[in-house]
Design a protein around this ligand. Structure first.
Ligand code: PSV
Ligand code: MN
Ligand code: MN
Length: 408
C-alpha cells in the first residue's frame, strides 16, 4: 500500500468504524500496547524429523538470534523480547547476552528449560521412575530459574515430553505425584515476581499417554502449585476440532491463562506461520481476550508468545508475517460492536450475533495496523521494508556455518 493510498484507505476505514460508534483512538492505543514475544529457536535451522533444509545466514549463536529477532521488532514495533531455550541457547555469561539484547533494544523473555533431549529422559524427566533422573531434571529447572533471576526474566515456560508409549508401561498416578513433587521444589525456588507456565500437549513424542495432555491436567497441577503457576496454550497442541477459544475463555475466567504459543496447524503440531490455516480461530481467541478485558481480567499479564518452526520458508520474514497476523486479529477483535452483540444475544437472535462477529472479522483492518506501526516508528509495510533493507543479503554473506537445531 503506497503512502497516498494508505492515507486514503485509513481515513475511509476510520470513518466507517466511527459511524459504528467505535473509538478508533482507543483501538489504536490498544494496538500500540500489544506485545508479542518471538522464540529464539525459530531463527535457527530447524525442520521436521525428515529433513532440515539449511538456510543461508542463519544465526550461529544466541547473540545472532537476537539480532534477527531485533529485525522483527524493528519492522513490526511490538516484539521487543525473545524466549530462550536452555541449553539450545546456552552461553557462558547470560548477563552478557542480556546486555547485548539491551543494546539492540531487546530483552530476554521466557526461559524454556529443555527436559527432552538427554539420554536420561528416555522414560520421562520429572515423572521418571528413577529418583536420580528426577533430581537431574529438577536441578535443570532450578538452573533455569537462576538464569531467569540473573537476566530479569519473570517467566519459566515448561513443556514436558513426558509420557508413555504402551499401556501398562507406568502408573499415571505415580507419575503425576512425581511431577508434582519436582514442580513444588521448583515453584518454591522462584523469586516473588516470577511465574511458572505449564504447557500441555496431547501426544508426541509419547503416543500412549502424555503426563500433561490437556488444559485440565495442567490446570489441576497449577492449582496445587500456587497462584503463580498458570496454563500455557499452544495452538497446535489439541485434538482436531477442539474449541480452543472456549479453553482460553475458561482459563481467563479462572485467572489461570499464563500465555500462548501461537502457531498454525492443519494436522498435528505443525508449527506453521500464525493464522495461515486458522485465521477465524485466531480472531475468536482475541475476541475472548477483548471480552475478558472488558470484564476486568488481567489480560496484560498473559504472555503472548509465538512457537514456530520454519522449514522451507525464510525465517525472519515468516516471523514478521506471523506478527502481522496477530496485529490484525487483535485489531479485528477490537472493532467488534459489543452493544449490538449483547443485544442480539439477549434477544436470542442467533444469526445477528454471528453476523456481528463476521462483520468485525471481515473488516479489512490492514490500513489501521499499518498506521499504528508507523506511530510506533516501525514499518507500514514490514515485509516490503525488510526485503528492501538488504539484511538477508548481509547475513547470508557474513554468517557462515549456522547452527542446526534438532527437534522432532
Ligand atoms: C513442544 O511441541 C513445544 O511446543 C514446546 O513449546 C517446546 O518448547 C517447543 O515446542 C520446542 O520446539
Ligand atoms: Mn509450544
Ligand atoms: Mn509444539
Amino acid at each position: 500500500m503506497p503512502g497516498g493510498d494508505l492515507d486514503r484507505s485509513y481515513q475511509e476505514l476510520r470513518g466507517r468504524l466511527e459511524e459504528k460508534g467505535i473509538d478508533v483512538d482507543g483501538v489504536e492505543a490498544k494496538l500500540r500496547a500489544q506485545r508479542v514475544e518471538t522464540p529464539s529457536w525459530a531463527y535457527g535451522n530447524s525442520g521436521t524429523r525428515f529433513k532440515v533444509f539449511p538456510q543461508p545466514g542463519v544465526p550461529r549463536n544466541p547473540f545472532e538470534k537476537f539480532e534477527d529477532a531485533a529485525q522483527v521488532h524493528r519492522h513490526t514495533g511490538i516484539c521487543p523480547s525473545v524466549a530462550v531455550h536452555i541449553p539450545w541457547d546456552k552461553v557462558d555469561d547470560y548477563g552478557e547476552l542480556a546486555s547485548f539484547a539491551g543494546s539492540l533494544g531487546m530483552r530476554i523473555g521466557a526461559i524454556n528449560p529443555n527436559l527432552f533431549q538427554d539420554e536420561d529422559y528416555k522414560l520421562g524427566s520429572v515423572t521418571h521412575p528413577d529418583p536420580r533422573v528426577r533430581r537431574k531434571a529438577t536441578d535443570h529447572l532450578l538452573e533455569c530459574i537462576e538464569i531467569g533471576r540473573q537476566v530479569g526474566s519473570d517467566i519459566q515456560s515448561l513443556w514436558f515430553a513426558d509420557g508413555t508409549n504402551y499401556a501398562g508401561q507406568d502408573s499415571f498416578v505415580e507419575r503425576r505425584h512425581r511431577m508434582l513433587e519436582c514442580l513444588r521444589e521448583a515453584y518454591a525456588a522462584m523469586p516473588e515476581g516470577m511465574r511458572m507456565l505449564l504447557e500441555y500437549k496431547f501426544y508426541e513424542p509419547a503416543f500412549y499417554h502424555t503426563d500433561l495432555a490437556d488444559w485440565g491436567q495442567s490446570l489441576l497441577m497449577c492449582q496445587k502449585l500456587g497462584d503463580r503457576a498458570q496454563v500455557l496454550v499452544d495452538l497446535g497442541h489439541h485434538a482436531l476440532g477442539t474449541n480452543v477459544e472456549q479453553i482460553v475463555a475458561t482459563l481467563l475466567d479462572e485467572d489461570r491463562l499464563g500465555g500462548f504459543h501461537f502457531n498454525a496447524r492443519r494436522y498435528g503440531d505443525d508449527d506453521l506461520i500464525v493464522g495461515s490455516t486458522n485465521p477465524f480461530e485466531l480472531f475468536l481467541i482475541y475476541v475472548e481476550l477483548v471480552d475478558a478485558e472488558r470484564r476486568g481480567a488481567r489480560v496484560d499479564r498473559v504472555a503472548y508468545m509465538i512457537d514456530q518452526s520454519h522449514n522451507i520458508e525464510p525465517k525472519i520474514e515468516g516471523m514478521i508475517i506471523s506478527v502481522m497476523q496477530l496485529q490484525e486479529s487483535y485489531a479485528r477483535a477490537l472493532v467488534v460492536d459489543w452493544r449490538e452483540l449483547e443485544d442480539a444475544r439477549r434477544s436470542g437472535d442467533v444469526l445477528r450475533a454471528y453476523r456481528v462477529l463476521q462483520d468485525a472479522y471481515q473488516t479489512d483492518v490492514r490500513p489501521l495496523c499499518a498506521v499504528v506501526r508507523q506511530q510506533l516508528g516501525a514499518s507500514a509495510d514490514p515485509v516490503g521494508a525488510f526485503r528492501a533493507s538488504g539484511y538477508m543479503e548481509k547475513i547470508a554473506s557474513e554468517r557462515q556455518g549456522g547452527v542446526q537445531m534438532s527437534w522432532t
